[in-house]
Design a protein around this ligand. Structure first.
Ligand SMILES: [Zn+2]
Length: 290
């Protein structure tokens, strides 16, 4: 049977990214649009449909659509709802998965985790996403595990968007970082601005990233103690600041973990969310045809 191309959509907190991946795994075309939050259900549906419209008209013709969708806490539309809408509109098989799981699958199949059986992926962006891939297959638990961004690192900590207190994401997500910036006597800013400040040698920003690494290290030890992955791969826009947080992260992990050291690698793939969504669609499409 002739191999198909796949459409991959990566729905993020600040942008929708999408692309068409050829039968041999090459990204043929991709584009993205910024989106603002909070946004309505209607607007989100319109944005996603307009996006797929452009890609569905491309050559070679896509055989299926993979959707990387964030956890429902930050979005007005559930993944299940959007799948129904897209299936009806385009008449193609649509497969849905958590966006961080798609990222982790691409890392486990073709990225920094490709030589390892158990890969834990962490995405640092608007939120803190995580995925677990075991022997090239996404581990989902009953629905969308793991959610390390929503594990507690301080039982009296700040309120998180999920309703819990003191989650890792409540410190390292967008809102948490703006608060952290104030604590370090910096103007509230996003990760990119704080990264740029550190690059310019701003001492307060450097201290902030040191603290960021420490908190991330605490979260990663929780993950390590639960799953003992063979490798942890870190990606997402905020991972750019790796040179400023990786040392304190590693130090904190060495201090707390009783497991043997686990390699922690930075994602080197471009567009791993889009590619991961297509790899996930391909895996599911193959099962669907068997
Ligand atoms: Zn939470």
């Amino acid at each position: 049977m002739k191999q198909k191309a796949y459409i991959g959509i990566d729905m993020g907190g600040t942008a929708i990214k999408g692309g068409l991946v050829s039968p041999n795994g090459k990204l043929i075309r991709c584009h993205w649009i910024p989106v603002s939050a909070p946004r309505s259900k209607k607007k989100t549906v319109q944005e996603v449909i307009a996006f797929i419209n452009v890609l569905a008209r491309s050559t070679p013709k896509p055989g299926a659509i993979g959707l990387g969708w964030p956890a429902t806490v930050n979005i007005a539309l559930s993944g299940k709802e959007i799948v129904t809408i897209i299936k009806r509109k385009f008449g193609l098989p649509v497969f849905l998965e958590n966006d961080a799981s798609c990222f982790t699958l691409s890392e486990a199949l073709i990225g920094s985790g490709k030589d390892f059986p158990v890969v834990l992926g962490i995405t640092l962006g608007t939120g803190v996403g995580s995925g677990l891939v075991i022997n090239k297959q996404i581990y989902q638990g009953r629905k969308s595990a793991p959610e390390f961004g929503h594990t507690t690192i301080d039982h009296q900590g700040p309120r998180c968007s999920c309703g819990n207190r003191g989650c890792l994401e409540a410190y390292l997500g967008k809102t948490g970082m703006a608060k952290m910036a104030r604590r370090f006597h910096l103007k509230p800013a996003d990760g990119l601005t704080l990264y740029q400040a550190a690059r310019k040698g701003n001492r307060r920003a450097l201290k902030l990233w040191n603290e960021f690494g420490k908190l991330l290290g605490i979260g990663l030890v929780n993950a390590l103690n639960c799953f003992e992955p063979n490798v942890i791969v870190i990606g997402g826009g905020v991972s750019k600041a790796w040179p400023f947080f990786s040392a304190s992260m590693r130090k904190e992990m060495d201090r707390r973990s009783f497991h043997n050291s686990c390699p922690i690698k930075l994602s080197r793939l471009e567009n791993s969310g889009i590619i991961g969504a297509t790899l996930m669609a391909r895996q599911n499409f193959d099962k669907f045809r068997e």
